[in-house]
Design a binder for this molecule. Structure first.
Ligand SMILES: Nc1ncnc2c1ncn2[C@@H]1O[C@H](COP(=O)(O)OP(=O)(O)O)[C@@H](O)[C@H]1O
Ligand SMILES: [Mg+2]
Length: 287
């Protein structure tokens, strides 16, 4: 079942000026209830512009965004509610922290929703647990925390709204590999426990292979490909032409296949090992 549908959405920046730029060119996209969807594309392909349409931060200049069967703009007064239900976390969200304590920052969304203080406190605590933020941080200033911890506080602020869809713009941008893996693990765990639909933007196939159940590829303001990771990575050559990398292990296997080895297409190291097992086993047997 679809939770969100983007129908024929187009968007032009600086319309009617010499700087006019078509950032979204007739986008069609269906997001399924409970799925983890990755939107991938090179810098400038329109990803951030697209996801700001999902919760009504941007209004499509043509086309519609339909949430749970209803056009999000059908009732303009309701758009605030849509923003609570479709929680959008910007790229580098830690730059938007501003409150004097971690508690206040995470409570900001739930407060705006008009929830009772008790409910707000519970949500803040739950969100901190999801992000594995130590309880003792609650009264600290977010500015005293490390970059990685600040990012987790910012994310917790979105989780505390308990959105139906969590939308993340490049959630691990700028993090070192260990912090990146940790954050992806937390997002995965949150997803499994809450059942929330997750949409995340990335330009790294390596990252996408870790988390996504389905991938949408954007290129030059258009959706050009979509499918399960295995289906999308089948088109490695096309992806490379669009300036997108494929996972390193996929590249290695592509090279081996070009050399005449009969191998499947793989996109994770685990799959690669599995597909090599019979060959390695055979070699051992022969010797
Ligand atoms: N505020 C803006 N005004 C004019 N052009 C913009 C603005 N924001 C983005 N763009 C342009 O729109 C295109 C898509 O941008 P964006 O959605 O940010 O892409 P992505 O997130 O994939 O990097 C880019 O060419 C970018 O330069
Ligand atoms: Mg972007």
């Amino acid at each position: 079942m679809e939770i969100l549908e983007i129908n024929n959405v187009s968007y032009v920046y600086s319309k009617g000026t010499p700087f006019e730029h078509l950032a979204l060119d007739n986008i069609n996209l269906k997001i399924k209830q409970g799925e983890t969807l990755a939107i991938i594309g090179h810098t400038g392909s329109g990803k951030s512009t697209l996801i700001q349409h999902l919760n009504g931060l941007f209004k499509a200049q043509s086309g519609t965004v339909v949430f749970q069967g209803k056009d999000i703009w059908a009732d303009k007064k309701n758009i605030k509610n849509i923003r609570f239900k479709i929680g959008l976390c910007f790229q580098y969200p830690e730059y938007q922290l501003f409150e004097e304590s971690v508690y206040k920052d995470i409570a900001f969304g739930p407060k705006n929703m008009g929830l009772e203080e008790d409910e707000i406190r519970q949500r803040v605590q739950r969100a901190m647990q999801y992000m594995e933020l130590p309880e003792r941080y609650i009264d600290r200033s977010p500015f005293d925390l490390s970059g990685g911890q600040k990012r987790k506080v910012a994310l917790a602020g979105i989780l505390a709204m308990e959105p139906d869809i969590l939308v993340l713009d490049e959630p691990t941008a700028g993090l070192d590999p260990a912090a990146k893996n940790h954050l992806f693990d937390l997002i995965q765990k949150y997803k499994e426990q809450s059942g929330t639909t997750v949409v995340f933007v990335s330009h790294s196939m390596e990252d996408v292979a870790k988390l996504a159940e389905r991938i949408v590829v954007m290129n030059d303001s258009k959706v050009v490909m979509e499918g399960k990771p295995a289906e999308v990575f089948e088109h490695a050559e096309t992806l490379l032409k669009m300036g997108l990398s494929v996972p390193e292990i996929t590249k290695v296997f592509m090279k081996l296949k070009k050399k005449g080895y009969s191998l499947p297409s793989v996109y994770t190291v685990e799959d690669a090992l599995q597909s090599l097992q019979p060959l390695i086993g055979g070699m051992c047997h022969d010797s």
